[in-house]
Design a binder for this molecule. Sequence first.
Ligand SMILES: Cc1ncc(COP(=O)(O)O)c(C=O)c1O
Length: 482
Amino acid sequence: MEWKPDKSNEFPLYKQISNFFEARILNGELPPGSKLPSERNLAKSFQVNRSTVNSALEELKAMGLIETLVGAGTVVSDHLTREQGRLPNWSQYINEGFYQPNNPVNQMINQLIQTDKDMINFGIGELNKDLLPVDVLTHIHRQITFDNDLGYQHIQGNIKLRETISSHLKDYRNIEASASSIIVTSGAQQAIHLIIQCLLSPGDSVAIEDPSYAYSLPIFHSEGLKTYFLPVYEDGVDPEEVLSLYQKHRIKMIFLNPIHQNPTGHTLSIEKRQRMMEICSKYGIAIVEDDPYSLTGYQDNNLPPLKSLDSHGLVLYISSLSKVLSSGLRVGWIAGPQPVIQRIADLKQQIDFGHPNFSQLYATELLRSSQLDDHLISLRNRLKVRRDVTAKALTELLPDEISFSLPDGGIHLWCKLTNQKIDSHLLFKHAIKQGVVFAPGKTLGSEKHYMRFTFSRPDSDLIKKGIERLEQALRKYLKSRS
Ligand SMILES: Cc1ncc(COP(=O)(O)O)c(C=O)c1O
């Protein structure tokens, strides 16, 4: 909750809190049945004592605005509705809407890190602010002018940005893609959504990696797709398994994150890349290559993206600025055959009339900046240091409990709990009580004894402390089972 009571105001804090909720209940923002956070979480988020929250809730109860229901916690009561007539049944609308909600664990992670600023966060896949090119962006900010840029833009994206992405793809990833074959999206995530919505129909079969970021996206199920899994090995998924899925299920499309894969950090080997292209071109299987991490490799042995090997137009190539420059600008893109890009642009027009131009202007200048190379070198070095600090802390503090292989790029460390009886989801619950959050493996499709640590996210001086908290959580978890 963003709002906080004003401690400098003489009006009692509990009154400010009860007034805050009263206003939101009476204006319909919190309709009957809405669940209020627990007293503990409210106290944390408002930065007040629990007794202050308790007094506020008691006052709201006395006014008949909220009630405590066994098993449901504190909810907005429906007596106002009973007095004033019928309201739409919002909970039914919410439960029956077309798009499925996020996995509850992901919802909880997102909520926790917004409300609990002391939580050490290994759970969200982004860069800490100290890894972002703030000085470069501040410089760009001072230089930028908005000549004719306040109107709607080309739906595929601002032409200067698309031309810049086109040269960037050539220079940094050896991909030939003209500006007309590129569409700018709101991050790689929207790119995946647009591809699914435009090019697939309910009942279509697709393959995704297991574990993977794609697994965490409810869109596949919302759209009624049949998903089949490709296990991720040290050298990536097995193209022969793609072939066998095609033979059994006629899969139409595969979603791959072939370089420094989220969450495993594994990279598809060059032999497998070639074989994958061979199989997919023989059977006409479309490849969605999701590549937000290729510029984060710590060694100079970057393998060519599948798109750079694609002379037939098999691959829809997705990337974004999120893991190297800024996730907040929400700039990503798809490069692919022009008719496909135009079809996707048509849908994007229906959804949002194109990407906001301001972030496109900043993205253009960031990608053209003479400081881009220095930033990327420094980013890779600092990511490697963070990876090593995280790995060292895990090895020192949990030598017998956790094993992992070191990724040579990316922002995640994928760990296995060696004691197979430990369920990472239950450990997660203990961990949040200790003030540290990670992504339990199951949210990414894997077995329950895996977990993902995003070492790029916490403040660097808190990484060790975060692992200490994890160790305490693990001890408590084990004790609770004995
Ligand atoms: C493999 C992969 N694809 C896509 C995304 C979405 O990123 P964004 O929409 O910020 O570009 C992520 C984010 O973690 C990711 O790991």
